[in-house]
Design a protein around this ligand. Sequence first.
Ligand SMILES: NC(=O)c1ccc[n+]([C@@H]2O[C@H](COP(=O)([O-])OP(=O)(O)OC[C@H]3O[C@@H](n4cnc5c(N)ncnc54)[C@H](OP(=O)(O)O)[C@@H]3O)[C@@H](O)[C@H]2O)c1
Length: 344
Amino acid sequence: MKALGYTRPLEIGEFKTALTMLDVPMPEPAEQELLVQVKASSINIDDIHFAEGTFFGGIYPSRASIDKPTVAGVDVAGTIVKAGPGVAGFKPGDSVLGFMMPGSGRGAWAEYCCLKSKLALHKPAGYSFAEAAACAIGGKTGASAVMCAQAAAGCQCAVIGASGGIGSIVVQILAKQGIHVTGVCSGANKELVLSLGAEQVIDYTKGPFDSQIGGLQMDAVIDCVGGRDVEAQGMRMLKKTGRFVTLCGPEKYIGERKVGKMGIAAMLGYVLWRACITSIIGPRYIMGGLGSSLEPLQNLVLNNAIKPPIDRRLSFNQLAVREGIAHIGTHRAKGKIIIDIAPA
Ligand SMILES: NC(=O)c1ccc[n+]([C@@H]2O[C@H](COP(=O)([O-])OP(=O)(O)OC[C@H]3O[C@@H](n4cnc5c(N)ncnc54)[C@H](OP(=O)(O)O)[C@@H]3O)[C@@H](O)[C@H]2O)c1
């Protein structure tokens, strides 16, 4: 079968030129796995980081080789062809969405993939395959972050990176719950973020965002960008009882560089230290979006028919997807980039 991937560990910046259309054996579903004909996938910024061995500063080195190529991609939307032993709740012909384990080397940018049934959900009828692929890991991450924020109707919540793949889902979940949302993005994306349900938009290119909200105090800030400057500004916007939920931690655009074992230890130490100290003095600092439970995705995203904006749709060929990778690497995507792998 055809699959997009790579046959050696890549250097930083190489993924967008080294991604290749491969001919690989058709996978066979193991226990608790579903063989899925992939209809659509998406490009996540972390697909680059896994390929280039920089995920979370280099926590998973790439192991791709000529004998064992890595198929890229995480998000899956498609149709079940075969259920492996022990699968319950799914059958051939069902339409599903889900995600491949990041860093496993068994990716979704392929005609077929073996999806773990615990990482799969039935695709709601109101979602196209492209829309479902757009919601998989981004929806899981965004919905988990919202749960960590513990904001209720009437609360004030800011979303940093509000026009991106995850931020655009987070804004919609919060607005649907009657939470007042302030989106932080560049001015070019103001109308998009307002259309998703934000009540106001702050342009981070015009100076520190905490100085642009006129003294409004937030109950929660959800950070989809990372970095200590973003943290400092986000913390200043919060009430003492508020929560700063970061998907990225102290490193802006985490995964763009290798930081070495000491660097990874320092980042983890920082996250733990901030979480401990702020649980006493507030506002609380929380690393969010982690874990693989699909309940938040089902309950907060799919049940509410939330769909991120689609930046662009690409054909399943190496040149188109290479261009998509280059675009997502600029951090300027407006929502999700979709790869159409097979006709619906
Ligand atoms: N914790 C987890 O489990 C987990 C899971 C998945 C992903 N992540 C991480 O979550 C992050 C977000 O992912 P994503 O898919 O949403 O990324 P994305 O689609 O690339 O998001 C880009 C967004 O960030 C905004 N932005 C860029 N620079 C900014 C800055 N300096 N200040 C404020 N906003 C800025 C952009 O706005 P403009 O274009 O308007 O500038 C755009 O809205 C990634 O770093 C990823 O590694 C974490």
